[in-house]
Every structure is written in structure tokens, then in C-alpha cells.
Design a protein around this ligand. Sequence first.
Ligand SMILES: CC(C)(COP(=O)(O)OP(=O)(O)OC[C@H]1O[C@@H](n2cnc3c(N)ncnc32)[C@H](O)[C@@H]1OP(=O)(O)O)[C@@H](O)C(=O)NCCC(=O)NCCS
Length: 184
Amino acid sequence: MLHLRCGTLADFDFLYQVDVEDEGISVDFKADWTEKEWESHRQRIRSLLSDDHAATFILEDADSHCRVGVVCGFFRNIDRDTFPYPTGFGFLSRDIFPHDGRFCEVYQLWVDPAYRRRGLGSALKCELEYECLRRGVGLIYTHTESANKHVIALNHRLGYRCVRVGPIWDDVERVSLVKDLRPA
Ligand SMILES: CC(C)(COP(=O)(O)OP(=O)(O)OC[C@H]1O[C@@H](n2cnc3c(N)ncnc32)[C@H](O)[C@@H]1OP(=O)(O)O)[C@@H](O)C(=O)NCCC(=O)NCCS
């Protein structure tokens, strides 16, 4: 049986491994990072598990206690937050975002290959949407490489719409998608 729970710092090694393996990303942009950049990245991963401005959900196989899936996101404000690097949402028109500027950026979505195509990736993403609703956050943002047609299909099935296609921090073409969580 599978069990869905909130992530904690005990999940750091798992989340870090998923992140370093970077499945679904064709260019290894971390290849020439300095140790200082890696440490700041590890801090970012820790914050996903411990910071109020982030949420992580883990799917665990209750029998084997193996972690078989994860979704996580950062809660941001388009009017207040600034970043020292290009972000996908930074390219978007302000009127895509809710009046209060608050949105969730999906940071990671991963399901163990042995458990794929059973609706788990969708269920994880829905859990992050529920977390947005619990926090009163009106928009969820995600991006993926244009080549990841199955990820784009998954998002469309969940009600996301494409708002931009183009490079973000390198030459790779990426699709930015959002889902409006505010009542119509
Ligand atoms: C993307 C990922 C999370 C999907 O997880 P999953 O549990 O298999 O997804 P679901 O079962 O919820 O799939 C929902 C729908 O998405 C689409 N989809 C998902 N994987 C697909 C695939 N490999 N090929 C075609 N369509 C696919 C289908 O429409 C699917 O519905 P269906 O199975 O009824 O046809 C998983 O493949 C993964 O971890 N990939 C590696 C990491 C990654 O690429 N993450 C996203 C990076 S931006």
C-alpha cells in the first residue's frame, strides 16, 4: 500500500539524489558548479523540507518503506521576490498572476520508474494544488523541456495551460505552464 505524507529533513538524501539525477533534463547545467554553488543548492533542497515558504510531499511504499515519488514547490510572490538567476515565471506578463502576486513554483516531480503510469505523478501534483488552496495561493506554475511531451500531456490533463515557449537560463526550449486555482 502507498502512503502519502509531508516531507521532512529525514527525506533530504532521497530528495537530493532525485535532484542530482535530474531525470527529464537534457543539459547538465550543474556540471561546472563550484563547491560554494553546490552548498547553496543543498541549502535550497533543505529549505524544501523545512521552510514555511515551501512544501514537499512524499509517496512511500508502506510495506518496503521505500520512497517511490515526490513533488515539491516553493511559494513565491511575483511582486516581491527577486532572483540572481533567470526564472521561467520572470518572463511572464504580470496579469497572468493573481492580484496578490502569490503563486507556487513546482520545483520537482518524480515517480520511481517501477510505479509510473498509475496516476501517481498526477496525484502528487494534485496534493501540491490542495496545499496551495490551504494557503490561499491562487496560481501554480511549472515548466519543462519542450521535448518532454509526456510531462506536458500530464499537465494538460490536470488543467494547466501553456503560457510561454522559449529558453530560460540556457539554449534549451522550455514550455511554461500555469493552472489558475482561483474560483472562476
Ligand atoms: C513525469 C512523471 C512524474 C509522470 O509520473 P506518472 O506517475 O507516470 O504519471 P501519471 O501516471 O499520473 O500520468 C498521467 C498522464 O500523463 C501522461 N503521461 C505520463 N507519463 C507518460 C509517458 N511516459 N508517455 C506518455 N504519456 C505519459 C499520460 O497522459 C498519463 O495518463 P495515462 O497513463 O492515463 O495515459 C514520471 O514519468 C517521472 O518521474 N519522470 C521523470 C522525472 C520528470 O521528467 N519529471 C518532470 C520534469 S519537469
